[in-house]
Design a protein around this ligand. Structure first.
Ligand code: CP
Length: 318
């Protein structure tokens, strides 16, 4: 496997292999394991869009693998002088980048790099526009598997697990990548949100679509609720009546949580708009996996980098 551009790049067996590798890495980390093969590979983190979790966890993963790291932020770079994406990637490649982790506001930016004859480095999509965020989907699947199966996780898929994705699905690369990966792993995916935030295409493989959160919670009886951030920065018009009405109708509140099973998992990829799509009591409840998702992001990204960098006779390991 050379690139990871979307969840569709992962077959069921390769996804389970990646999650199992993350499991092994987590066990090694828990007993204080250190990187074992500093081989001088270089990873460039190419961030054209802001990020806290993804950028820092990739950097920590790269340090765990003893790779050299190039951190590129668009602010302060020669992008302001008109340098394009491919020229920027080629420049970093000329300085030794074996892999490029890219976050970009344009859907398809990662594929443009991967398809370019000029770019030979592995390309990992760290979120492109409203399109895909495959490492987020992997860390979410890893988190669900860990919560559901604990130390018995290895080799397990997510067959029959019901995941309800709530909110701003139209603008969400997290929802797109999760739908594909969760389906690959055998989960059932349900969607709920206001009609203006439900996409007209690309989500046909979801089991059901609802417009009322209260109805969806009652009908679906989900094992996992994945709450999405309202992405105000990607909205050019009016998509929700008002923030107050959105939180009343589609926000996950402690009152709604009190009607659900004790074992339901509450996930959010972050950053959260507390008081809008989720209230603070719910975000911080025992049901919530928000900070586990963040921690698992490092482990899963070590697994992704190790898998991609170990192809083509390269040798990298944790
Ligand atoms: N979930 C996620 O991608 O968060 P960041 O934007 O902080 O990386």
């Amino acid at each position: 496997m050379k690139n990871l551009l979307g969840s569709g790049d992962l077959s069921k067996s390769s996804a389970i292999q990646m999650l199992d590798l993350a499991d092994q890495i987590q066990q090694i980390k828990e007993v204080g394991g250190k990187s074992i093969s500093p081989v001088g590979l270089t990873v460039a983190n190419l961030f054209y869009e802001d990020s806290t979790r993804t950028r820092i966890s990739f950097e920590l993963a790269e340090k765990a693998l003893s790779t050299n790291i190039i951190n590129f932020s668009v602010n302060g770079s020669s992008v302001s002088k008109g340098e394009g994406l491919i020229d920027t990637a080629r420049t970093l490649q000329a300085m030794g980048a074996d892999a490029i982790v890219i976050r970009h506001p344009s859907s398809g930016a990662a594929k443009i790099l991967a398809d370019s004859d000029w770019v030979s480095a592995s390309v990992i999509n760290a979120g492109d526009g409203t399109h895909e965020h495959p490492t987020q989907a992997l860390l979410d699947a890893f988190t669900i598997r860990k919560r559901m199966f604990g130390s018995e996780s290895t080799g397990k898929d997510l067959q029959g697990i019901k995941v309800l994705i709530v909110g701003d699905i139209a603008h969400s690369r997290v929802a797109r990548s999760n739908l594909v990966l969760l389906k690959t792993l055998g989960a059932k995916v349900y969607l709920v949100g206001p009609p203006t935030l439900l996409p007209s295409q690309g989500f046909e493989s979801a089991s059901e679509t609802h417009y009322s959160l209260d109805d969806a919670l009652e009908i679906v009886e989900p094992d996992v609720i994945m709450v999405l951030r309202i992405q105000k920065e990607r909205m050019s018009g009016f998509f929700i009546p008002s923030e107050r009405e959105y939180s009343m109708l589609w926000g996950l509140s402690s009152e709604r949580l009190s009607r659900l099973s004790e074992s339901v998992l509450i996930m959010h990829p972050g950053p959260m708009n507390r008081g809008l799509e989720i209230d603070s009591l719910t975000a911080d409840a025992n049901h919530s996996t928000v900070l586990e998702q963040v921690a698992n992001g490092v482990t899963v990204r070590i697994a992704v980098l190790q898998t991609l960098l170990s192809t083509d006779g390269k040798n990298v390991g944790f």
